[in-house]
Design a protein around this ligand. Structure first.
Ligand code: NAD
Length: 447
């Protein structure tokens, strides 16, 4: 049993990647004592030294600040951390399985089993990772089977909705806090943990375990569907001579629709949306909920089709073959304000063109290093000028401000051929055309 009115709970955060590192720092910022646990010693050493192993605006400053308070520390010693803490947040990865669309739950199971085996007192386990519906029920059985006799670990699902690039703000000021399957005591304890955001107005949704698991994947499925919807319409615009960017603005004025996630282009990627919709597709199929899996199959296909479309446009711009052509690629991250290249559409396109024999030079303001370790055979530049120099065609694949505001007059003097493909629909078409560029975008008739 927990005492929600006792001293502030001690927090363990298992998994200190994009989600866990941010969560650990934010919990310390909210005034609790926190230990972050990871199996990756390098990550733990970096965080202990005040270095965030990935690019996330605002997080390095907050990490330094919270380490200095003495409330925050990091370790690989799960036994010590579990024995010390009262509330254990599970923030480990749930990547796509190597053999199917399903989520790989090995890390979540290993972390949960490690908590159970190392319990020295009753505790609350809070799942934050994104998991297929039904996982929590299995983990409850695992906790009951592995916990030392006489000790109890209650499991609650509290999915995380943070966006990379805005992770700190999203964690400290969440749009909603979902608590799935909590007993009265557990709910009271978590309301205490989240007292800061709740006092500032973050709504709390209390529900059962499967609903909480499904809220997260449904949110991502909806956002993915919105992007694939506008990309499907973008194909109609192109064929009919309409302009998808103007259309999206006009649609967005309708409050029932909203403007966000209506940018036509290269589509979504990253460590969440693609694998989350595939995992939901797989799970819906298992549950016999075929309309959901059929819908998501289309969403995924439309999304991947955009990558092929941009590759085709690049081939076309090079006169039918990219063999030995120089291609300048602006962008490697799956979206701006992150260095995350997991399932990045930009790198995917760059790698495909490289495989077809093009000489590809990639520049990204933040994701150069992560891109290089994933695709070491591509060429990498240290700036826009170097990527554009001598290029037969320039591809804008991630909408960093630096690219949106680049000077097309200057770049035209560097390029081999002033030919640009704007795969994110963010460049000022007239400005680039006035500077002499052959401009090709998605969702608008070829100029
Ligand atoms: P990540 O790969 O960056 O981090 C996962 C971390 O868990 C790694 O550092 C890994 O070493 C560690 N780990 C693995 N097994 C462990 C174990 N047994 N004990 C302790 N640590 C262990 O992944 P991420 O992007 O932080 O995502 C984590 C989860 O959060 C996923 O389910 C993801 O879908 C979800 N999520 C991510 C985001 C996001 O924007 N990245 C947003 C919301 C939800």
């Amino acid at each position: 049993t927990f005492d929600p009115d006792g001293p502030a709970p001690r927090i363990a955060v298992l998994g200190t990647g994009y989600l866990g590192a941010t969560h650990a720092v934010a919990m310390a910022q909210l005034g609790m004592e926190v230990v972050g646990v990871d199996t990756d010693l390098h990550k733990v050493e970096m965080l202990t030294a005040g270095k965030v192993p990935f690019h996330e605006p605002g997080l390095p400053e907050l990490l330094t600040e919270q380490l200095a308070t003495g409330r925050l520390r990091f370790t690989t010693d799960v036994a010590e951390a579990v024995a010390w803490a009262d509330v254990h947040f599970v923030c480990v990865g749930t990547p796509q399985s190597k053999t199917s669309h399903a989520a790989d739950l090995r890390f979540v199971e290993a972390a949960t089993a490690a908590i159970a085996r190392n319990l020295t007192h009753d505790a609350l386990v809070v799942g934050k990772s994104t998991v297929p519906v039904g996982t929590g029920a299995r983990l409850r059985a695992l906790l009951a089977a592995e916990a030392p006799s006489g000790l109890r670990a209650e499991l609650v699902w509290n999915p995380e909705f943070l966006r990379e690039g805005k992770a700190v703000d999203d964690t400290l000021h969440p749009d909603r806090i979902v608590l799935g399957g909590a007993s009265r005591e557990a709910e009271a304890l978590l309301r205490r943990v989240y007292a800061g955001p709740i006092a500032e107005g973050s709504p709390v949704v209390v529900c059962d375990l499967p609903t909480a698991e499904l809220v997260k994947v449904s949110a991502n499925a909806f956002l993915a569907t919105k992007i694939s919807f506008i990309n499907a319409i973008s194909g109609v615009c192109e064929a009919a001579g309409a302009d998808v960017a103007v259309l999206a603005d006009a649609l967005g004025h309708d409050v029932r629709i909203g403007r966000q996630f209506l940018d036509a282009g290269l589509g979504f990627g990253g460590g969440c949306l693609p694998k989350d919709i595939r995992a939901l597709m797989h799970r819906a199929n298992e549950l016999g909920a075929y309309p959901a899996s059929a819908l998501l199959q289309q969403v995924d296909e439309i999304n991947m089709g955009q990558r092929s479309r941009v590759i085709d446009l690049a081939v076309e711009a090079c006169g039918g073959s990219v063999l030995n052509r120089r291609i300048g690629v602006l962008g490697a991250a799956f979206k701006p304000h992150t260095d995350d290249v997991r399932d990045s559409p930009a790198l995917n396109v760059a790698a495909a063109l490289h495989l077809r024999g093009a000489q590809v030079t990639v520049y990204d303001p933040e994701a150069g290093d992560t891109a290089r370790s994933s695709f070491p055979t591509l060429g990498y530049a240290t700036g826009v000028d170097e990527a554009v120099e001598g290029a037969d065609v320039v591809l804008v694949l991630t909408e960093w401000d630096e690219f949106v505001h680049a000077d097309p007059v200057h770049l035209a003097t560097l390029a081999g051929h002033a030919s640009v493909i704007d795969a994110r629909g963010k460049l000022d078409v007239a400005r680039w055309q006035d500077a002499g560029w052959t401009f090709r975008g998605l969702g608008r008739a070829a100029a």
